[in-house]
Design a protein around this ligand. Sequence first.
Ligand SMILES: [Zn+2]
Length: 380
Amino acid sequence: MQTIGLCGGQFFDGTENAPIATDVLLEDGRIAAMGNGVGKEAEVQLDLRGRFFSAGWVDVHTHLFHRPGYLGLSAVPFSLQQGVTYVIDQGSAGADCFASFSQQILKPLPMGHKAFLNCSKIGIPLSSLDGPGELADRANLDEGALLSAYEAQKEEGEVIGLKIRLTPSVCPDNPLGALQTASRWAKDLHLPLEVHPNFAPISTEALLSCLKPGDIYTHTYHPSPVGILDEKGAVKDCVWRAREQGIFFDLAHGVSSLSFPVMEQAFAQGFYPDFISTDLHNGNFCGPVYSLAHTMTKCLAFGLSLPQIIHRVTAAPVHGFGLKDKVVAPSVGDWADFTVFHLENTPQTLSDGRGHTHTAQQQIVVDATFYHQQWYPTHP
Ligand SMILES: [Zn+2]
C-alpha cells in the first residue's frame, strides 16, 4: 500500500478565495488526510513549495470523437495529461452515432465525462471545418431519432444536454427556426441546450429569447453581429438580462471563436465567462488553443485573477452542469482528483487565432495530475 504526500503546496478550494497552505496524504489513490504537515508521513513525498493545486479541472467544451470522419481528439494526452480530469463532449455525436461514440470512446475513458447530444443526427462531421456542416441537410434535424438515442442511454445518464450549431455553413437555412426546434426538444426533455451562435444571421436578442435558465451560449467572445457587444463595444442589455435569468456564457476558445478585442472590452465591463473551456479538436490543438491551461493563461493576461480562473474550471462547471460525480473540494475518503500547477514568470506572445496577439507576463503551467490511483505527468 503506497502512500504519497503532496507537501507544501497552496490549495484552491474552488471558491474565488485565495489559496490556503495544506498537505495531502494519498493512500492507494484515496485521500487519507489533509492538513498541515500530513504529507510528511508518506513513503513518497512530493515537494509542492511554490506550486498550487486544486480539484482536477473540468473542460466543459471538448470534442472527443476521434474516429475517421469526425473532428475529435483523444482525451488522455490532450486533457487528462493537461490537468483536466473531467471532460464534456459538446455535441460531436448525434443520434445516428451516439451509441458507437459512447461504446468506443466515452466508456473506456479513465476520467470523468459526460456528453451533449447533437440535435443533428449525424453529429459534427470533420468536413464542417471547411465545408458544409451537420444541418446543411435539414432532414438531419430528426426528432424521432433524437428521442430514441436519448432514451437508449437515459439509465446511464451520459447525455446531459443538447447541442446546436447555427453558423451559416453549418445551418444555411432559417437558423432561428432550427433553434426554436432545438429549444423545444430541450424543454421537453428537461435538458440544457448549448448554442453555438457564430455569425448566424439573427439578432442576439432573438437568439437569447429562445433560451431558458441553465442553457448555454457558447463562444462568448466571438466577433459577430450575434455576439455579446453592440456596435459601440458595450455589452448588450439582452446579454446582461440573460445572465441575470441564469443563462450561462461559456468561453470555448476554438479555432476562431475567441477575439482578444471582444474579450478585452467585455472584461473591462465586468462581463466574465461563467466557464473557461477550450473547444479542443483536430483543427486547433496545435494552436491557437493548445490546452485548457493555455486558455486560462489568456484569461489571466486579460485581467481575471487566479482564484477567479480556478473557480471557472472547478466549482462553476460542477454546479452549472450539475456534475454529481465530480468533487470540487476533495476531503478525506474521496478518490484523488487533483491538478498541480504553477505560475511561470516568462513573457509569452499569445494569439487568438484571428490575427490578434497579446503579450502575457505569466503562464499557468500544469505539473502533474492525480486521478484515482494514477499520477499523470504533463503531456509535452
Ligand atoms: Zn465545439
